[in-house]
Design a protein around this ligand. Structure first.
Ligand SMILES: *[C@@H]1O[C@H](CO)[C@@H](O)[C@H](O)[C@H]1NC(C)=O
Length: 148
């Protein structure tokens, strides 16, 4: 059976419509991963990824150490799609475990926990006479509870 182009257009239209009408709960496309910020380089932004598909499109929220981040009140955070941007992250306020929640009327999914950690970095220089001299930056992970 040969279909006329009108039938083909109609079929693909129904196909698209069918796809859009298929409601489903959120599924992660990307989840956040651990991030490390060198102490002293805090005038930066850290982005935690979070993207989910779902129909209807999911809404996103984030938790730090199990407490909701109020993205409306806290101007230090930005929501970019589902991504969380932490502006000028600071050790005392921002270290901890971040988790993304994606919700639509069919359900809520919770991402893996991503840690934001701060590291102490030292500029080292090889104590070698003559050339070449080698310099590098060594970072030590700060262990929670170990410092201070
Ligand atoms: C989150 O929990 C970790 C580990 O207990 C702690 O070191 C950190 O300070 C907490 N972060 C905040 C913002 O309370």
């Amino acid at each position: 059976m040969l279909l006329s182009w009108k039938q083909l257009v109609l079929l693909s239209f129904i196909g698209c419509l069918g796809g859009e009408l298929l409601l489903h709960g959120p599924v992660f496309i990307s989840e956040p991963s651990d991030s490390m910020v060198p102490v002293g380089a805090e005038d930066k932004r850290v982005t935690f990824k979070c993207e989910a598909r779902g129909n209807p499109s999911p809404q996103y929220r984030w938790q730090l150490n199990g407490s909701d981040i109020n993205l409306v009140v806290e101007s230090r955070y930005e929501l970019n799609g589902g991504d969380l941007v932490v502006i000028n992250p600071h050790r005392d306020r921002d270290s901890g475990s971040y988790q993304c929640f994606a919700t639509n009327p069919l359900g809520t999914i919770v991402s893996r926990e991503a840690k934001l950690q701060f590291a102490y970095c030292l500029d080292e220089e090889a104590k070698v006479y003559g050339r070449p001299r080698v310099s590098w930056t060594a970072c030590t992970e700060e262990l929670w509870g170990a410092a201070g």
